[in-house]
Design a binder for this molecule. Structure first.
Ligand SMILES: Nc1ncnc2c1ncn2[C@@H]1O[C@H](COP(=O)(O)OP(=O)(O)OP(=O)(O)O)[C@@H](O)[C@H]1O
Ligand code: NI
Length: 309
């Protein structure tokens, strides 16, 4: 059973219908052929630069995309393909999101009511007090409104809310900014414990440095698609164990590996190259890279590159 995914995303594409100057209309495809899966008991870290589609993936799973978004592909939970209605039913119950923006907190509801949810029993209240202690939020915090919280406190309240929800799948979208190192480590420890209890955790973070020690697998996103799914162990092993040129470049950009910046820019969705989205920056580019590049298995991981071996 351990190897079966609880949540899987296949060939997900997301486009926004855009209105420019009120006249020109076009569809902007920001996510294409994205794949991801997570199993009970594991943490999958999503790494990728700003604009690579990490938050949109989280919103697509939660059914939180805006009105002008069109979605194709499949998002399945426990083997069943989810409709928008299904996602709305699961959200806050079996699916929990730690949103990237602290403005997701309801401004009119006191912290204690947000974190505990409606009609909390004694066990829930005790669990809330316990997690607040871990996150160094004192009792007074319970009675505050969101606007009275600092950014770091709001972040810890959001993480606490997801933990207490009892959800089977937790997606944490950048849960650590604004937290000092101790608190960031504590948050990651909490996610590890959730996974060890059998929950499935997707952790979106720029702090791959911190995160890949806690992670089981890592998904690397680039320009709205998945370029690699690897065991976190491969990241710990080093560049040679990774498969995609972009994942290797990410690895080399880590402080302890030389801080080598990646030259060039991630393409904007409106001007994507043909075929491999990384090809304009890739030293291995050949003519074949302009064709459609499928995800394929290489050394036990998955990679979207024809040159990887
Ligand atoms: N409502 C929207 N309308 C049009 N484009 C959008 C919309 N929301 C997001 N995008 C675009 O989709 C792309 C992916 O955005 P997303 O927020 O998922 O990135 P991200 O990987 O989470 O980045 P970050 O690390 O900065 O949080 C970006 O290019 C963004 O500009
Ligand atoms: Ni984001």
């Amino acid at each position: 059973m351990k190897n079966e995914s609880i949540l899987s995303v296949k060939d997900l594409s997301v486009s926004f219908h855009m209105y420019e100057k009120g006249l020109e209309q076009y569809d902007l495809k920001v996510i294409s052929n994205m794949t991801l899966d997570v199993r009970p008991g594991e943490i999958v870290v999503i790494a990728g630069s700003s604009g690579s589609g990490k938050s949109l993936l989280a919103h697509a799973v939660m059914g939180l995309l805006p009105e002008n978004a069109a979605i194709s592909g499949e998002i399945s939970y426990k083997g069943k393909v989810l409709s928008q209605k299904d996602k709305e039913k699961l959200r806050g119950k079996e699916f929990a999101l730690v949103p990237q923006s602290v403005s997701f907190l309801d401004p009119l509801i006191k912290v204690e009511a947000q974190v505990r949810g409606p009609k909390p029993d004694m066990a829930k209240i005790e669990a809330q007090k316990e997690i607040f202690k871990r996150f160094q939020l004192d009792e007074k915090t319970e009675k505050l409104y969101p606007f009275q919280l600092s950014g770091g406190m709001a972040r810890r309240v959001l993480v606490s809310t997801a933990v207490l929800s009892g959800a089977e799948v937790i997606i944490a979208d950048e849960p650590t900014p604004g937290l000092d190192l101790d608190m960031a480590m504590e948050a990651l420890k909490v996610f590890r414990e959730l996974a060890d209890e059998g929950k499935a955790v997707i952790l979106i973070t720029h702090d791959i440095d911190l995160a890949f020690h806690m992670a089981d697998r890592i998904a690397v996103f680039y320009a709205g698609t998945t370029v690699e799914m690897a065991e976190a162990e491969d990241f710990r092993q080093g560049e040679h164990a990774l498969r995609h040129p972009y994942s290797k470049a990410l690895w080399r950009a880590l402080p302890q590996n030389g801080f080598e910046p990646i030259s060039g820019f991630q393409p904007y969705a409106k001007y994507l190259p043909k075929g491999c989205l990384f090809s304009p920056r890739c030293p291995y580019k050949t003519e074949k890279c302009e064709e459609k590049i499928p995800m394929r298995e290489v050394r036990g991981g998955y990679v979207r590159c024809i040159h990887a071996d």
